[in-house]
Ligand binder design. Sequence first.
Ligand code: M6R
Length: 366
Amino acid sequence: EKGGYEHFMLKEIYEQPNVIKDTYRGRLLANKGIIQMSGVEDNLEKFLNAKRILIVACGTSWHAGLVAEYIIEEFSRIPVEVEYASEFRYRNPIINSDDIVIAISQSGETADTLAAIKLAKENGAFVFGVCNVVGSSISRETHAGAYTHAGPEIGVASTKAFTTQITILTLLALRLAKAKGSMNHADYQRYLLELEMIPEKVQEALLTNEISKQIAAIYKDASNCLYLGRGYNFPVALEGALKLKEISYIHAEGYPAAEMKHGPIALIDEQMPVIVIAPNKGHYDKVVSNIQEIKSRSGKIIAVVTKGDTQVKELADHVIEIPETSEALTPLLTTIPLQLLSYHIAVLRGCNVDQPRNLAKSVTVE
Ligand code: M6R
């Protein structure tokens, strides 16, 4: 049932080109300039009148929420706040009847997320679910929603759920951008076409498996690891660190690259691998100077760069190349080598990749 792969996690990583396509199939009609998701169409007025979107989730789903915050605010110009469901539910949050709450959950059974939804409903908010498991508690508890079509995710470490969640939320942001007129038509059309090409590019990003394995062999005995990214890729840094922690038991932290100088830079020495997400878009020059800061303190740099990069290549100890895409879509590609890197490190350390210690696939305890 692992389809010839050694672990479910690896199988699920490799399924991503297909499941991203499954997730947008019938919803993204790029040539016609159409995005259609019934849960959104049926409630379009509510979305357009929303003063604010609150995203609640846990773990990897929370990271997808953070990526969505950047994308929705940029495309749709609606203020977004992202909260850990567990914090939200216990802190007497301000919830208004013109808020939209988006709950993201692969399993649809996460206790804290479910409780956050109930609280939001009690306070009159409209709750939209992004779930993977059909008929799950969260999918039933929400007013409307859109399923990710990732198929069953067996590995405890979430992989394909993350990229399909980002896919759905990108579709949502684009749909709202069109309805609101917050994005010019040419950009909108370009994003649709770019999104349609993502599965092919993910396929190409999977070719980094070999290099990821080689890098894993060099750093498998590290006791710490730092992940840095900016903008859309800051949440990817968090997700990369979570993936490494949970399956290899190496302590890892994700940081917005610019925050390094406010503390974490003190950790950097020749023992510290730093994974920097540095695609050629957005704040590339800033990331290059962050890399220089790491290098001058003898940190080991593993950089995820766009194919054809030259500047980072000169500075980094290792580079992993991914295909080019629009800045907002880069998380769908930069995530791939980080998943592979964690996977190979965990395998080389002899860890139980699919069922890491102390963890369960769905967290139904509060
Ligand atoms: O099923 P959910 O998406 O609600 O689960 C949320 C987290 O428990 C989950 O993402 C967890 O962090 C994963 N093990 C991460 O790989």
